[in-house]
Design a protein around this ligand. Structure first.
Ligand code: SF4
Length: 263
């Protein structure tokens, strides 16, 4: 794995390539970002941005959302997918905010992850973007890109978060996450565009001969190099067993059979 100094330099280069890196979700306060981030699971940010203006108008705060009727909420978020689970999570989250936090979003990881529908990644997004608390959200893009480059080494998002946070000062965490997410969306996709990448000269994946023969589009997550190495092992046909009787060759369909006349 790269050193902390290398990681910082790599992030410098990537931030230069993506100076506009930021969350693409539209929001005006922590509550709206929390709602939008819950909706973004298994959906695109653009898809979420389509439904949130009307949603925030109807449910402007935790008190309003806590009193929402599921049958009315579900059609409003239907297009983001998994609308039944998300509706329950949104109402449960809002009720918990009202009951435990006076309707406010707490600026605390421990309290956030106890809310229904809120995991560590969602909590880090809200902390880092809306509450001024350093956080480094690790999604599938951060996981894939950081493992390929070699600035992290694990399939576990929590471990990758720890490794990246250890290498970067807290004030860089949220920007680093946004940058890696954008790099994963634009350049280091499942089928990477390495020719357009600002860090290809130091990327472990790009510079690993084993990884570079990996079938395109396959390396989706962490241990790409190990998996790539497996892919280059040549398959050799099994050797015939010693002393095994040779099978008689069957006549092919086209072979004419000799018929003996009856006596
Ligand atoms: S060189 Fe290729 S694999 Fe490495 S970070 Fe860039 S796009 Fe991803």
């Amino acid at each position: 794995m790269k050193t902390a100094a290398d990681t910082r330099q790599i992030l410098d280069s990537l931030e230069g390539q993506h100076p506009d890196a930021d969350t693409e979700l539209h929001y005006q306060n922590a509550f709206q970002l929390l709602v939008a981030t819950i909706l973004s699971a298994q959906s695109t940010d653009q898809g979420v941005n389509m439904v949130t203006p009307a949603l925030f108008k109807r449910y402007p705060d935790a008190n309003a959302l806590a009193a929402a009727v599921l049958a009315e909420l579900e059609p409003q978020i239907h297009s983001t997918g998994f609308f039944r689970q998300k509706s329950k999570a949104l109402v449960g989250m809002a009720q918990a905010l009202v009951e435990r936090h006076h309707g406010e979003v707490p600026a605390d990881m421990g309290a956030l992850v106890k809310l229904p529908g809120v995991g560590r990644k969602t909590a880090n997004v809200v902390l880092g973007h809306a509450l001024g608390v350093p956080g480094l959200p690790v999604d599938r893009h951060v996981l894939r890109v950081s493992n390929r480059i070699g600035i992290a080494e694990s399939d576990d998002p929590v471990v990758v978060e720890q490794q990246l946070c250890a290498a970067l000062p807290p004030e860089r965490w949220i920007r680093a996450s946004d940058t890696l997410i954008l790099h994963g969306r634009r350049i280091c996709r499942p089928q990477p565009r390495c020719d357009a990448c600002a860090v290809s000269d130091v990327c472990d994946y790009y510079n690993s001969p084993a990884a570079r023969v990996e079938p395109k589009g396959r390396p989706n997550s962490g241990n790409v190099r190990r998996r790539a190495a497996r892919n280059v092992v040549k398959k050799t046909p099994p050797k015939p067993k010693k002393n095994s009787p040779k099978k008689k060759a069957k006549p092919s369909r086209g072979t004419p059979r000799v018929r003996h006349p009856r006596r």
